[in-house]
Structure formats: C-alpha cells, structure tokens
Design a binder for this molecule. Sequence first.
Ligand code: HEM
Length: 140
Amino acid sequence: MDVNLEPAALDQFQRSLERCLADPTFTSRFYARFVLSSDEIAALFAETDIAKQGVVLKRSLYLVMRAARGLEDGLEHLERIAESHSARGLGIEPRHYAHWLDTLIAVMRETDPAYEPALEVLWREVFGHCVAQMIAASGR
Ligand code: HEM
C-alpha cells in the first residue's frame, strides 16, 4: 500500500484513530449509521452480530493503519480482507466503499475530541488507499 503521507502526518492520523478507538461507542455508532443507510446494506448485515463486528472492525482499522506504515501484519490483513470481501467471498460491490468511507469519516468527525478539518484529508488518504486496494481485488 503506497500512502502518500509524511511520517509526521501519519503520526497525526494515528493519534486521531487512537482517540476514536478509545471511545467504546465509535464502531457501534459507525455500524448503526452504515447499516441503516440503505436496505441493501442492511440486507448484507442481516445475519451479523453487530456488537461482535464492532470489535472486529476496531482491530481491522488499527491493522489498516499499520498497513499504511508498511508493516507486515497490516499488509497481510489488508490482503486477507480484500480477498474476503471480493466476488470470491462476500461479494461487496465497489460502489459501497465510497459510502463506507464517508460514513467512517462522519463518525470520526463527531468522535475525535481534537477534530480539525485537516484530519479528514488524512483519514481519506489512508482509508482511501485501503479501499482502492479492496476494489482492485474485488473481481468486479
Ligand atoms: C476498508 C473497508 C472495510 C474494512 C476495513 C472491513 C473490514 C471487515 C472485517 C475485518 C470483517 C470480518 C470478516 C473478515 O475478516 O473478512 C468484515 C466483514 C464484513 N464486511 Fe467489511 N470491511 C470494509 C468494507 C466493507 C463494505 C464497504 C461492506 C459492505 C457494504 C462490508 C461488508 C461486510 C460484511 C457483510 C461482512 C460480514 C459480516 C459477518 O460476518 O456477518 N465491508 N469487514
């Protein structure tokens, strides 16, 4: 994953992510909003235990941050979820990813006590790369 950020910007992003993940309601509020946003997305999560999925997402977001730093565990994780979400697995459509990212950033905005607009650019850069990789591997 080739994230175009200086080390200081990646540090700033990581601190924002950590402030969000320290709020135990961050991922559950993300899923509440994401799942309720359309019948199509609600149907994808119909069988999902959202409380458990929140814990899974928390770990996943942290690993994606590690992928942006070029760390092996993060890169392996990203490769694995790109495969699991592809047409060979969950079959997630590329168009769902932009909405996923917009929702994540909207929830970050209301969660990070040190929110500032510059953070949105950083979140978009890091998770945008992650999403691009997942779409490239989606087989769609
Ligand atoms: C960068 C974006 C995303 C990340 C980091 C992410 C992360 C994850 C992770 C870690 C899992 C657990 C299963 C696994 O390891 O494969 C999962 C499951 C799932 N994801 Fe995602 N996901 C992303 C985007 C999306 C999008 C855009 C959708 C659909 C609109 C989606 C729908 C699902 C569904 C339906 C499951 C299965 C839930 C279950 O086990 O019941 N994901 N995701």
